[in-house]
Ligand binder design. Structure first.
Ligand SMILES: [Zn+2]
Length: 307
C-alpha cells in the first residue's frame, strides 16, 4: 500500500512554511517560500495554489499518496466554510481558499487560523502534550491565543476567538491599531516593547530584542520589560479566570527570551492569584513550525471526520 501524506502550508505575512506530513505527525519533506503579499491577495492565492500543487506532485514523485491539504492563514478565518475572511498582512478579503484548493488539487482540504492550528500542534505534539486544557499564547509582533481542549481548537461563533492581545489591561492607555486604548498588545507585544523603549531611551533603532539583552545593564530596559510583564500577567490571569487551563504555552518571538520572560511572568501571575489555580507555564516546543504542523493535523482531522 502506498504511504499517505498530507500537504500542509502555513501562510504568514512574509513567508510560507510548507511540508508533506505523515499521519503520525512526522515530516517527510519541508519547503519555505516567500508569500509575495505586496503583489496583492490574488497573486498570493495563486502562489498558494501553485505551491500546494507542487507539494502534491513532489509526494507522488516520492511514491507517496497525497490524501488531503491543510492551510493555515492569519486574520479572521471562517473554518467551517473554508474562507479567509480578512487579513491585514496578506490582504485576504473573503477568499474561498478551501474550494479553490479542492478544485485545483482534486483533494479534500481544510483551512485554519494560524495561531489556532499552532496551538493545536503545541497541544498535541509539542509543549502541551498530555494536557487536556491548553492555552497557547503567541507573543510576537502582535499577541493572540488559542484555547485547545482535548486536542481541538475553540474557534468562537464567528471564527474570531482568542484575541488575547485586544483585551484592555490599561484603560485609557496607549492606542492600539484595533481602535481601542490600552490593549495588552499595545503594551506587551514585541512591537510595543520596542516602541516604548525607543520612546524612553531616545535610541531610534532599538527593538524588543535589545530590551531583553540589556535587562541586566540598562535601567530603562528593565523598566520597559517590567511594564510589559505586569501587563502580560494581567492579561494571562484574566485568561485563566475565563478558561482555567492546566498549562499555558508561550510561543512567538518574545518567548525566545525564555526564563527572562517565564520567570517574572510566573511570579507576577502568582501575585494576582486569588481563587484561580495557577497553570504550568512553559515555552512552546515546535518553534515556527507549529503552524505548518497544525495545518497538517487539521487536514488529518478533516479526513477522519469526512470518512
Ligand atoms: Zn487592540
Amino acid at each position: 500500500m502506498t504511504e499517505h501524506v498530507v500537504v500542509a502550508l502555513d501562510v504568514g505575512g512574509t513567508g510560507m512554511k510548507c511540508a508533506l506530513v505523515r499521519p503520525d505527525g512526522t515530516v517527510h519533506h519541508e519547503e519555505r517560500h516567500p508569500t509575495l503579499a505586496a503583489r496583492g491577495p490574488e497573486a498570493v492565492t495563486e502562489n498558494i495554489l501553485e505551491i500546494a500543487a507542487g507539494l502534491a506532485a513532489k509526494a507522488r514523485a516520492d511514491a507517496l499518496e497525497p490524501v488531503a491539504v491543510g492551510v493555515a492563514v492569519p486574520g479572521v478565518v471562517d473554518e467551517e466554510n473554508g474562507v479567509a475572511v480578512w487579513s491585514s498582512n496578506v490582504g485576504f478579503r473573503d477568499v474561498p481558499l478551501r474550494s479553490l484548493i479542492e478544485e485545483k488539487l482534486k483533494l479534500p482540504a481544510a483551512l485554519g487560523h494560524d495561531v489556532r492550528v499552532g496551538g493545536i500542534a503545541e497541544a498535541r505534539l509539542g509543549a502541551g502534550k498530555g494536557e487536556r486544557h491548553v492555552l497557547f499564547a503567541a507573543i510576537g509582533t502582535g499577541i493572540a491565543a488559542a484555547l485547545v481542549v482535548n486536542g481541538a481548537g475553540y474557534n468562537g461563533a464567528h471564527g474570531a476567538a482568542g484575541e488575547l492581545g485586544h483585551i484592555i489591561v490599561r484603560p485609557g492607555g496607549p492606542s492600539c491599531p484595533c481602535g481601542q486604548h490600552g490593549c495588552l498588545e499595545a503594551i506587551a507585544s514585541a512591537r510595543a516593547i520596542g516602541a516604548r523603549y525607543r520612546e524612553l531611551s531616545g535610541l531610534s533603532d532599538a527593538s524588543a530584542f535589545d530590551v531583553v539583552s540589556r535587562i541586566n545593564s540598562d535601567e530603562t530596559a528593565r523598566q520597559v520589560w517590567h511594564e510589559a510583564i505586569q501587563a502580560l500577567a494581567d492579561g494571562m490571569i484574566t485568561a485563566q479566570a475565563l478558561f482555567d487551563v492546566s498549562v499555558l504555552v508561550l510561543g512567538g518571538g518574545l518567548a525566545e527570551a525564555g526564563d527572562t520572560l517565564l520567570g517574572p511572568l510566573k511570579a507576577a501571575m502568582e501575585r494576582r492569584v486569588t481563587f484561580h489555580r495557577m497553570p504550568k507555564i512553559v515555552k512552546a516546543a515546535l518553534g515556527d513550525t507549529a503552524g505548518c504542523k497544525g495545518a497538517a493535523l487539521l487536514a488529518l482531522d478533516h479526513l477522519e471526520h469526512s470518512a
